[in-house]
Design a protein around this ligand. Structure first.
Ligand code: SAH
Ligand code: TRP
Length: 358
């Protein structure tokens, strides 16, 4: 048997404007009354390595639970889509992805894999590895920010499944989450699907443990963002002067990750020609990780011009994979349809209240 040659190409969008984006985000985030940073800056080479370590911690259940769901359902998911292309957003180290690639290879449809990540090292490494593992696979890696560079995804040459795993969609604020989902929906053809991984609302103690592992890996990962600022912006953050904080906000149903200043201090950020003051105990928000219900996922999908075609979960309903299709044809939600939906939701609520009162 002759082996069909695999090919790799890498497209990097993170060159010229990258440093400016970081400078802007840091200046903007630190100027707020409640300081915050966008989570994408966690993932330099060390951050990506630490994230891999987090995934192996006994308390961090999402990775192994999502893998279990894929082990059970990858074949069915692939059969439902008959996709020849897999586009993966925030691909990281694509371990779970292999379950889908294997199912596509077994179905005889696998043609192209498009890993998309802001972390250069993981895109290059996974592209090299996967093209060696799968005969004839074309790998087109994209190094970029999926909030700004979604246009870097090549036009599809067959039907396509876009996957966004790991619960990373939970790292967006609700408003930008729907905006982002809409931007994905706009790229889907009528036969294309989005496979979305979401962590589900559960016992707060389980959630708390997952983001406060005993080995301190999540703490090291959280603090690493300060090392990124030291290197990229010539800042002088003393990592030992901050501590990791993660808690579950039961009202908003999200995990919030923060860095708390252990003392009053001033930090110089040389490349931005600025000094930032932190009060003792002052906190900097570094990440959100929203937890979902089936209902919330359906509502987000609907507001983004999609519908949940299939919902896969584990026996404990701890994590979910939702296969989303473009709502009708590929038309994203219009303003009119959103207004209509808001109106129905309102009248439904009134009816419930009426029922309670009566
Ligand atoms: N999909 C993997 C990794 C999840 S961690 C898994 O399920 O285990 C989140 C990944 O998204 C990281 O690899 C990170 O580098 C990437 N990422 C975070 N923000 C990003 C952004 N704005 N644009 C592109 N990739 C991003
Ligand atoms: N997407 C992952 C999540 O929300 C990312 C993550 C896991 C993370 N642990 C973390 C991000 C700790 C920052 C700090 O679960």
């Amino acid at each position: 048997m002759t082996q069909i040659r695999s090919t790799v190409s890498i497209d990097s969008r993170l060159e010229v404007d990258d440093e400016d984006a970081l400078a802007f985000d840091v200046l903007d985030g630190f100027a707020r009354a409640f300081k915050e940073l966008p989570p994408k800056y966690f993932y330099d080479a060390e951050g990506s390595r630490l994230f891999e370590e987090i995934c192996k911690q006994p308390e961090y259940y999402p990775t192994r639970t999502e893998r279990g769901i894929l082990e059970r359902h990858a074949e069915e998911i692939v059969a439902l889509t008959s996709a020849s292309e897999l586009v993966e957003l925030g691909s990281g180290v694509p371990t779970k992805t292999r379950l889908l690639l294997d199912a596509m290879a077994a179905a005889g449809t696998l043609d192209r894999y498009v890993p998309f990540d802001v972390s250069e090292g993981v895109v290059r490494a996974s592209a090299e590895q996967l093209m060696e593992e799968y005969d004839g696979l074309r790998v087109h890696g994209i190094i970029g920010d999926y909030e700004r560079h979604l246009d870097a995804v090549p036009p599809s040459e067959g039907s396509r499944i876009v996957v966004f795993l790991g619960g990373t969609i939970g790292n967006f604020l609700p408003g930008s989450r729907r905006r982002f989902l809409r931007s994905i929906a706009r790229e889907l053809g009528p036969d294309d699907r989005l496979l979305l991984g979401t962590d589900l609302v559960k016992d707060p103690a389980v959630l708390h443990a997952a983001y406060n592992d005993a080995a301190g890996v999540t703490a090291a990962f959280n603090l690493n963002v300060l090392a990124v600022l030291n290197r990229e912006l010539a800042a002088d953050f003393d990592l030992s002067a901050f501590e990791h904080v993660a808690f579950f906000d039961t009202e908003r149903e999200w995990i919030e990750m923060r860095l708390r200043s252990r003392c009053e201090q001033r930090v110089s950020i040389e490349r931005l020609e600025t000094v930032v003051a932190f009060g003792a105990g002052e906190e900097l928000r570094t990440e959100l990780s929203a937890k979902f219900t089936h209902k919330r996922i359906s509502a987000d999908a609907a507001a983004s011009g999609m519908r949940v075609e299939r919902f896969f979960t584990d026996p404990d309903e701890s994590f979910a994979l939702s296969l989303c299709a473009p709502a009708d044809g590929s038309a994203p939600a219009t303003l009119e349809s959103l207004k209509a939906r808001t109106a129905t939701a309102g009248s439904r609520r009134q009816r419930c209240l009426g029922g309670q009162l009566g």
